[in-house]
Design a protein around this ligand. Sequence first.
Ligand code: 5GP
Length: 204
Amino acid sequence: MTSRRGTLFVVSAPSGAGKTTLCREVRLRVSDLAYSVSFTTRAPRPGEVDGSDFHFVSVHEFRAHRDRGEFAEWAQVHGNYYATSAVAIDTALARGRDVLLDIDTQGATQLRARYPEAVLVFIVAPSLAELEQRLRERGSDGEGEIDRRLRRAREEISLWKQYDYLIVNRDVKEAVDQLTAIITAERARTVRLTLTLADLEVPN
Ligand code: 5GP
């Protein structure tokens, strides 16, 4: 019999790299994977549900949680605050549940310091030209916002070496296969397992 503490799988990507779709597909495919619902001060988008997509809070509420030390990490992204609840992930990990987090590079750096055994995965579009095209096709951002996101994407991509794995998202199915393989392999690593010898049948 084996038992283990849960593992944090931290996924970051510049906007337009396809991370949201990828994380959604992987959650459907991989069993026993908890998803960390972040806190944010940005307004909900159409269809987003409070408590399920994000915990939507005011800047005042956000600062109160932060100042009480309730966040495992927090960052300002595209002018809004985002954070991960410390108690939510610590409880899941202690129960042996793996947790998938979709957070930016600043948050990933903070989580690496707090949970050195976390697995960090970086997703990129095949090229900056492709990234720009995807941002335009999405049609949700104006020209200034697209420029801002592309500038930020360049900065974020320069941090890829801080991650354990890099996935180039050429094709969604291929990228989902890769992320699933990473999670499956990490779950089998001996360093994460505790073997109970009494439960093993030892041959003579
Ligand atoms: P969006 O508002 O478009 O859903 O997310 C914008 C960015 O914020 C994305 O890069 C996403 O990964 C990041 N983000 C979402 N939740 C968190 C969080 O809890 N912490 C941090 N640091 N970034 C987050």
